[in-house]
Design a protein around this ligand. Structure first.
Ligand SMILES: NC(=O)C1=CN([C@@H]2O[C@H](COP(=O)(O)OP(=O)(O)OC[C@H]3O[C@@H](n4cnc5c(N)ncnc54)[C@H](OP(=O)(O)O)[C@@H]3O)[C@@H](O)[C@H]2O)[C@@H](O)CC1
Ligand SMILES: [K+]
Length: 480
């Protein structure tokens, strides 16, 4: 699992460790890791042209010390000083002592650079790149050089993943000690490129509960149900799907398709699309409705393609089992009914639906995804899965890390893809895990299924995502 901590926690941990070490030791660890990562990227260090973008803080110091190491190995290193009067003096002395130089003209050296180290700002930066840094950052990005961000891409908000102005998009980010939330959450994450973590020894001083966590295959594998010899279909869990309408029967079929691949022992469909569901999936138990009369289930999914059937939403929310609400269900739900529930509730909005639930603009939700998912979870007292290029899963209250999942691919943005996800997540929910675990496992499997279905770079249908789910289970359980 990758974990990310807030700046305040990183600074506290660094201070505790620094008090036990000689002056500058942590920066040397950071610079050594950074220089090694740069050396790995360059065909050869000797003779390569490296440009350092150096801001006013210790982030610039890291870049200068790493630049000194590369200069000692024969690289031609130029430093572009964005705040010459506040430069890290020891770092600059080390660079010049190793044969590096301060650039006379940033654009000249950037035009021929092989590698640019972005040390403008790290965890101390806020508010996007400043006006004097913008043309330099654009020239770096527009050059043929590979761009390596020091700790964070400059211009992003470390704690929230917001980008409030312009940021410098990197090919690789070398981060120190722990990930920062911005490296796991869009839109900042997309500026980071590949992320490499350098251990500088602060791990023991960081809180055990991070701000954000991202699950690996093995973490997800542990969340997936495994039937035992004593399991029957009821013990494995029955998931009820209240979805579809005369107008949108396909949503019911796709939600059932996801649910059948989610590990529940049986899928019970309730609603007006029973014929379409049975025609495609004869193993489904169908009932015309209402949900309250359909028979026992261990979890409900309500909403995909539901149209205007507010009664179905009300019925399902009145049940005493875990409930997932998606799509039309999110529009029709009564917030008080959600808050009054004692069994878990999982809401699965995309940014537009989240914006409607919060009474904000969609662009606001997209710009501040971490704050938005937490606000929704708190407002509804429910687990929330916010869809997007990274999926976020939050529980209400503080002290529980938000889960971020970047397994998805842009090809997943296709009609019906969300219906498959709700069926899948509901099916996992029926087998008994916490809503947060069911939601994050579902997001990961759904993302991997999308990747597998689109493996040859071709457009995919929602049905193909559902069909790839068994391969995604195998991929997660046996990544071999
Ligand atoms: N502590 C340690 O032991 C270790 C720390 N390490 C490294 O230190 C980094 C943190 O260093 P830091 O605290 O000096 O902050 P940093 O990110 O360099 O920015 C500082 C200054 O930038 C300015 N500024 C703000 N916003 C800005 C903007 N948008 N555009 C331009 N400038 C802006 C602002 O000054 P202002 O101009 O506002 O007065 C602020 O004071 C960390 O990310 C890691 O790389 C590693 O070596 C490991 C050991
Ligand atoms: K940086």
């Amino acid at each position: 699992m990758r974990t990310a901590h807030r700046v305040e926690k990183v600074r506290t941990a660094e201070a505790e460790l620094m008090a036990r070490l000689p002056d500058g030791a942590l920066m040397q660890r950071a610079a050594a890791g950074l220089a090694a990562a740069c050396a790995d990227l360059l065909p050869r260090v000797y003779g390569s042209r490296v440009v350092l973008l150096v801001g006013s803080g210790a982030n610039g110091g890291d870049a200068l010390w790493a630049g000194a190491r590369l200069a000692r190995r024969g690289a031609g290193v130029h430093a572009v000083l964005l705040a010459p009067d506040r430069v890290h003096t020891a770092g600059l002395a080390a660079l010049t002592g190793a044969g590096g130089r301060v650039a006379d003209d940033p654009f000249d050296v950037l035009a021929t650079a092989d590698l640019v180290l972005d040390g403008i700002t790290g965890i101390g930066g806020t508010g996007g790149l400043r006006p004097d840094a913008v043309p330099v950052a654009r020239a770096a990005r527009g050059s043929d050089a590979v761009v390596v961000a020091v700790d964070l891409p400059s211009g992003v908000e470390a704690d929230s993943g917001e980008v409030r102005g312009e940021a410098l998009r990197a090919d690789l980010t070398v981060t120190f000690g722990t990930h920062k939330p911005a490296l796991l959450i869009d839109p900042a994450r997309t500026c980071a490129g590949t992320v490499r973590l350098v251990d500088i020894g602060i791990g023991p001083y960081l809180p055990s509960v991070p701000e954000v966590e991202a699950l690996h295959h093995a973490d997800v594998a542990r969340l997936l149900p495994r039937p035992t010899a004593g399991s029957d279909k009821y013990r494995r869990g029955v998931v009820g799907i209240a979805a579809g309408s005369a107008r949108y029967p396909g949503a019911a079929v796709l939600a059932v398709a996801g649910a059948l691949r989610g590990g529940a022992g049986a899928v019970r469909y309730v609603g007006p699309a029973a014929d379409a569901v049975i025609a495609r999936f004869p193993e489904t138990l169908v009932h015309a409705g209402p949900p309250a009369k359909a028979g026992r289930v261990q979890a409900w999914v309500v909403g995909p393609g539901l149209g205007e059937d507010a009664d179905a939403v009300r019925d399902v929310l009145a049940s005493d089992v875990p409930v997932l609400v998606d799509a039309d269900g999110l529009r029709l739900l009564d917030p008080d009914a959600v808050r009054a529930r004692s069994a878990p509730t999982l809401l699965t909005p995309h940014a537009g639906e989240a914006a409607a639930l919060l009474g904000r603009a969609r662009t606001e939700v997209e710009a501040a995804r971490l704050a938005s998912v937490r606000a929704l979870a708190d407002r509804f007292g429910a687990t929330v899965l916010l869809k997007g290029s990274t999926t976020l899963v939050a529980d209400p209250g503080t002290g529980v890390p938000v889960r971020a999942d970047a397994m998805g691919t842009p090809w997943l943005a296709t009609a019906g893809s969300g219906d498959v996800l709700s069926g899948l997540a509901g099916s996992l929910l029926a087998s008994g895990p916490a809503a947060r675990d069911a939601a994050s496992a579902a997001a990961h499997l759904h993302g991997l299924a999308g990747r597998l279905a689109a493996a040859r770079g071709v457009p995919i249908t929602a049905q193909e995502i559902a069909d790839a789910l068994p391969a995604a289970w195998r991929g997660v359980r046996d990544p071999g």
